[in-house]
Design a protein around this ligand. Structure first.
Ligand SMILES: *Cc1c(COP(=O)(O)O)cnc(C)c1O
Length: 320
């Protein structure tokens, strides 16, 4: 893929035929944010877009942000920076990375300057004094928070609705999305039509605070609060980037059946949760609903999960 290739105008909405949905009388389509842009991945494209425009408008030529070693956000920032002619700095959690992993190799190849910091320092990434210190070290940088989860990120995610509505069958559905910080969900909920609803699946354990975060993100947009969204907290599989054998079996089967690549941290976990939910005796999604599940990308970060998934498969093959 060439970075100069323009992104497709709208993401595909791919209908899937799946027995679990069919039995519940529910149509399901996947919004393919994983394939629509050649230079920035999935929802991180939307979370960065307004940040980049703002940085440019304010005359910045360098952007800085934070992320883990397999961060989709760091990867997207590096590639978007190269595309838009902005230099980038990635502050990366972990000071013991002697060999760059595929994510950081790509980021460095796109011209990103990488600065590694200890896990302890990384915890302070949102503290005012730490940010002042970072700004002192990189005085000419437009600073974006981890994951691109600021009000500009939420504004960018409002555009995801345009991609859904660009399809004839794309109106009036139940939009389903994985949640890390829930900024993506907040943007979608803020931009929905009347009658459309959003269901998030949290990929984190003990994440009930996300509900208040969504309220805050929406309030930051200076619009009325919305009651068109909910977040399920029941399908995190043990926590962020944690796997269960059921999750891995589901992903393997889903990829085989539908020929759509997914990863286990976000989209795979969301689809697993949705599948589980639909099989509950009293599941709450009405027959006739069109479920539009947002594939938020993240396949590059999934490269960091290959071995972990393989270990789960081995434990399925030979139960103790
Ligand atoms: C970052 C990320 C998310 C989570 O987005 P939030 O706005 O933080 O909820 C979901 N999917 C993928 C692939 C991501 O990289």
């Amino acid at each position: 893929m060439s970075i100069s290739e323009p992104p497709a105008r709208f993401a595909d909405l791919q209908s899937i035929d799946d027995p679990v949905f069919r039995r519940a009388g529910i149509r399901c389509s996947i919004l393919r944010l994983d394939t629509f842009s050649s230079y920035a991945n999935g929802n991180k494209f939307f979370k960065l877009k307004q940040n980049i425009l703002q940085a440019k408008a304010q005359g910045f030529t360098r952007m800085l942000s934070f992320g883990g070693a397999f961060s989709n956000h760091i990867h997207a920032l590096a590639l978007a920076g190269r595309h838009f002619g902005i230099s980038t700095v990635g502050i990366v959690r972990g000071d013991n990375l002697s060999v760059l992993n595929p994510t950081l190799t790509d980021a460095a190849a796109a011209g990103m300057e990488l600065q590694f910091i200890s896990r302890q320092d990384y915890k302070r990434r949102n503290d005012a004094d730490f940010l002042n210190y970072v700004r002192g070290q990189y005085p000419d940088c437009f600073v974006v928070p981890e994951g691109g989860s600021n009000v500009l990120g939420v504004q960018g995610c409002m555009e995801i609705i345009d991609h859904i509505h660009s399809h004839e069958v794309g109106r009036g559905g139940l939009i389903v999305v994985p949640c890390g910080t829930a900024a993506t969900l907040a943007g979608i909920a803020a931009a929905c039509d009347n009658g459309e609803k959003v269901l998030g699946f949290s990929v984190l354990k003990n994440s009930h605070y996300l509900d208040a975060e969504v309220e805050k993100f929406i309030a930051d947009l200076s619009i009325e609060s919305r009651d068109n969204w909910t977040i399920s907290h029941d399908y995190h599989c043990g926590g962020y980037a944690k796997l269960s054998t059921e999750l891995v079996s589901f992903i393997d089967k889903f990829e085989q059946q539908h020929n759509i690549p997914i990863e286990p941290v976000y989209t795979g976990k969301m689809l697993f949760g949705l599948h589980q939910m639909l099989q509950l005796p009293q599941q709450s999604i009405a027959a006739g609903t069109h479920v539009i599940a947002v594939h938020t990308g993240g396949l590059q970060g999934g490269r960091g999960m290959v071995e972990k998934m393989q270990r789960k498969r081995m434990s399925i093959a030979s139960p103790k």
